[in-house]
Design a protein around this ligand. Structure first.
Ligand code: OMD
Ligand code: FE2
Length: 431
């Protein structure tokens, strides 16, 4: 019962069109009185009907059965995946975690989701949920759908085979997948195990940033985003549809696979992007630029220039800045920063930030290079370039404070001694 990839269409937010059976897509209209091949027409909107044209997202799905056909929803017991970011005091402390412990056998992608932190809520339609996953089993006989926001999946180990209503995405570490709010999907694990990061975006849809003086090319180029071609299955049985709605999981019986969309067209669809294609910009004279230069995608807020969430990456690059402290500087930001490491070493942390681990530096919490990194970089020869290779760090940076969950604060894999990595910074002042 596995749908295979039928290839991809290129571009970001294009008006895509794809049919798994030739002639299934209506021509010149969206809902003819009778759709070819006895299909049902169904619209899926990702923005308000009246959103301005540049921000208007919707797709038309031509499917064997409409999405309404399933049993009644029942509430599932709250597990480790939720949007309960607490209401008590949120610590301003610098926080870091080791990777999630290996799960017991039989944990699929959905059961393997674990909420670390977040802000806002699906109800308010602002903020993010930040989750990790650690799984070792395929999703069997069940599909998932998130009504609360789009999901950005950032694999850290193991490939993901993601079958969605609109087609199949195959992603591996150093790639990302974005699954739109409302799209039903199932994940299987070609490598038998997988770990990674998830950003659940309750706010405006992820978009490519404007490039300003950078010009018409650079950072993430639109043509490198891939959206699947239509792929469907016609399968009947006793299955489950799991929906996340207002922070809680609900289950309903479904007697067929919801992946029965034979053709679709529109600009609201899943997509993937290979982070290794990111065209990294940086200073070729002096100083370390703000990390906004590493922005891949962002969810804007109502305030121009201030994102609900920015997704930035620290990819392989060459550092050429002269007479400059090259790693990230010491800083306190108005924004709050959640970081993960897909592979390698992050250039601000000599030790302790492991691939699969994560850190949180909230609004105005002082942080920066650890003591070992500072000592090394402040005496390095900057006449020569530094080649930063074999690394991929990621950051979800938000306007609002990121609240760690109770389970993350109490976790055995939390590094309680993390703030000590700055305690070795010496006084160098000579009066
Ligand atoms: O804290 C961090 O490591 C992220 C970060 C990187 C950088 O290059 C500049 C600022 C910043 O917050
Ligand atoms: Fe920072």
């Amino acid at each position: 019962m596995t749908l295979q990839s039928t290839g991809y269409q290129t571009g970001f937010g294009n008006e895509f069109a794809s049919e798994a059976i030739p002639g299934a897509l209506p021509i010149g209209r969206n809902s003819p009185q009778q759709v070819a091949h006895g299909l049902y027409a169904e619209q899926l909107t990702g923005s308000a009907f009246t959103a301005p044209r540049h921000a208007n997202r919707r797709s038309w799905l031509y499917r064997i059965r409409p999405a309404a056909l399933h049993g009644k929803f029942e509430l599932l017991e709250q597990g480790a995946f939720h949007n309960d970011f607490g209401s008590g005091p949120a610590t301003p402390e610098k926080l870091r975690w080791n990777p999630l412990p290996t799960p017991p056998a039989g944990v699929d992608f959905l059961d393997g989701l674990y909420t670390v932190a977040g802000n806002g809520s699906p109800e308010a339609a602002v903020g993010v949920g930040i989750h990790l996953y650690a799984a070792n089993a395929d999703m069997h006989g069940r599909w998932f759908c998130n009504a609360d926001g789009e999901l950005m999946l950032v694999p850290q180990s193991g490939r993901l085979h993601i079958e969605t209503e609109l087609g199949v995405l195959d992603v591996e570490p150093q790639e990302i997948a974005v699954l739109p709010r409302g799209v039903r999907f199932r994940v299987s694990l070609p490598d038998g195990q997988a770990t990674g990061y998830v950003c659940e975006n309750f706010g405006a849809l992820f978009k490519l940033p404007d490039l300003g003086p950078i010009g018409s090319n650079g950072l993430a180029n639109a043509r490198d985003f891939l959206t699947p071609n239509a792929a469907y299955e016609d399968v009947e049985g006793n299955f489950s549809l799991i929906t996340k709605f207002q922070g809680h999981l609900w289950r309903a019986d479904i007697d067929h696979s919801p992946l029965d969309v034979v053709a679709w067209h529109g600009n609201y669809a899943p997509y993937k992007y290979d982070l290794r294609r990111f065209n990294v910009m940086g200073s070729i004279s002096y100083d370390h630029p703000d990390p906004s230069i590493f922005l891949v995608l962002h969810s804007p807020s109502d305030t121009p220039g201030t994102s609900n969430v920015d997704f930035a990456i620290f990819a392989p690059r060459v550092l050429a800045m002269q007479d400059t402290f090259r790693p990230p500087w010491f800083h306190r930001n108005i924004a709050s920063e959640f970081m993960g490491l897909v592979r390698g070493v992050y250039d601000a942390k000599a030790d302790g930030f492991a691939p699969g681990g994560c850190s949180l530096h909230n609004c105005m919490t002082g942080h920066g290079p650890d003591a070992a990194t500072f000592e090394k970089a402040s005496v390095a020869d900057t006449r020569k370039p530094d080649y930063i290779t074999d690394t991929m760090a990621i950051m979800f940076e938000t306007r609002a404070v990121i609240r760690p969950t109770a389970q993350a604060m109490d976790a055995v894999h939390r590094q309680l001694d993390y703030p000590d990595c700055w305690m070795g910074l010496k006084k160098h002042f000579v009066g």
